[in-house]
Ligand binder design. Structure first.
Ligand code: NDP
Length: 245
């Protein structure tokens, strides 16, 4: 990944942090995007710079088109064109559908779908012009199978499948690829809202008998970002310990 520039949305914490650090270890230039967690993002930058990579932290709310455009400009200024963009930023607001407010619906769809739209539009020309550009979207096992209390989140994550497959067709003309990673249940703060009893059930239902780690997702994203994945596009790669909802 030497001389490759990788943008990871929502990489101050969790899976995004793992992906950013994985790129950094491989010598990439990394844009660590965050919305609120500035000090955590700066720590990720420090960790990357203590390994083989170079990094900058950039504040941008992915739901805000102008902030995302400014992130593209900051990337250009620091490192030149982006080669790899990972749409990872996300949140959940879980509630049974019968009790879901329109605001809860909109908030979750905005971050996952409008967020992916904004960052992919801002960086589309970069990915297309790159030598083997890469778009990698983080979806979820829930986008495939649905999940109680997650109608908003499951809808957003399913949408990411269609988005990825269409971008794969359009980017193929430019020699670039688009793929999707669908993690199962991964130990991050996103699971804080899931009651312990439910987490135990999830673990029991997972053939490998545990939650996944951010590093296990990051390694797959690292592969998709590399030249080793050159003939893979429009795919959804599951990283879920064998759990099939
Ligand atoms: P975390 O809550 O640990 O981290 C979320 C990250 O997204 C933070 O860096 C946060 O930034 C950032 N973020 C949230 N909203 C925005 C926004 N509007 N603009 C920019 N950045 C934002 O979540 P995970 O690491 O668990 O999740 C990462 C991705 O993986 C999400 O898309 C999620 O849906 C997906 N996923 C997670 C699974 C899991 O089990 N954990 C399973 C399957 C998929 P800040 O710190 O500044 O708020």
């Amino acid at each position: 990944m030497d001389d490759r520039t990788c943008v990871v949305t929502g990489s101050s914490r969790g899976i995004g942090r793992g992906i950013a650090e994985c790129f950094g270890k491989q010598g990439a230039n990394v844009v660590v995007n965050y919305r609120r967690s500035e000090s955590a993002a700066n720590e990720v930058v420090d960790r990357i710079e203590s390994t083989a990579g170079r990094a900058i932290a950039v504040q941008a709310d992915v739901t805000d088109r102008e902030e995302v455009t400014a992130m593209q400009e900051a990337t250009q200024e620091a490192f030149g064109r982006a080669d790899v963009v990972v749409n990872n930023a996300g949140i959940n607001q879980d509630v049974l559908f019968s009790e879901m407010s329109h605001e809860q619906w909109d908030t979750v769809l905005d971050i996952h779908l409008d967020g992916a739209f904004h960052s992919t539009q801002a960086f589309y020309d970069d990915i297309a012009a790159a030598d083997e550009g890469r778009l990698i979207n983080i979806s979820s096992i829930v986008g495939k199978g649905g999940n109680m209390g997650q109608a908003n989140y499951a809808t957003a994550k399913s949408g990411i499948f269609g988005f990825t497959k269409t971008l794969a067709l359009e980017l193929a003309n430019e020699g670039s690829t688009a793929n999707c990673v669908a993690p199962g249940f991964i130990a991050t703060s996103m699971l804080d809202s899931v009651p312990d009893r439910l987490q135990e059930d999830i673990t029991e239902d997972t053939p490998l008998g545990r939650l996944g780690t951010v590093e296990e997702v990051a390694e797959v994203v690292g592969f998709l970002a590399s030249e080793k994945s050159s003939f893979i596009t429009g795919e959804v790669i599951d990283v879920n310990g064998g759990k099939d909802l």
